[in-house]
Design a binder for this molecule. Structure first.
Ligand code: DAT
Ligand code: MG
Length: 150
């Protein structure tokens, strides 16, 4: 929908590699509205909640350690079909399969260091937004909105 929200996160490798600004710029330039943003050092406990659906996968312990290895940048972007469009902008989970022009397809090579996260469904987006931004998100009118949506 028009007002759909998605949770996008720059992972510790993306932060260390100085890709935060580039990733933010892509969502800004596409026309999405930034409604929450923060840099946090997440605990393993918090990350286990974020990735609860993957508990039991062989890569789960390594995934949680990697995600806790440095700060991440969490953000919420709002706009038309934000979840699906956000996933398309990130590219395939395994960067080897990510098309050039996508974030992972331009900046990553390995599934264990794929630099960014994006919600995979509206319901998981809402859950992730509540987990990472319990304080809530901003609500404001973007001046360019009528030039982006019709
Ligand atoms: P996505 O991040 O594209 O939503 P996912 O939710 O299935 O993918 O998995 C979460 C993260 O876990 C993914 O970004 C990278 C890591 N991961 C997934 N599959 C993996 C695998 N086979 N080996 C190592 N890490 C994996
Ligand atoms: Mg996922």
């Amino acid at each position: 929908s028009f007002n759909e929200r998605t949770y996008i996160m720059v992972k510790p490798d993306g932060v260390q590699r100085g890709l935060v600004g580039k990733i933010i710029a892509r969502f800004e330039e596409r026309g999405f509205k930034l409604i929450a943003l923060k840099l946090v050092q997440a605990t393993e406990e918090h990350l286990e909640k974020h990735y609860a659906d993957l508990k039991g996968k062989p890569f789960f312990p390594g995934l949680v350690k990697y995600m806790a290895s440095g700060p991440v940048v969490g953000m919420v972007w709002q706009g038309l079909d934000a979840v699906k469009t956000g996933r398309a902008m990130l590219g395939a989970t395994n960067p080897l399969a990510s098309v050039p022009g996508t974030i992972r397809g331009d900046y990553a090579l390995s599934v264990g260091r794929n630099i960014c996260h994006g919600s995979d469904a509206v319901e998981s987006a809402e859950k992730e937004i509540a987990l990472w931004f319990p304080e809530g998100v901003a609500q404001y009118t973007q001046a360019q909105e009528s030039w982006i949506f019709s």
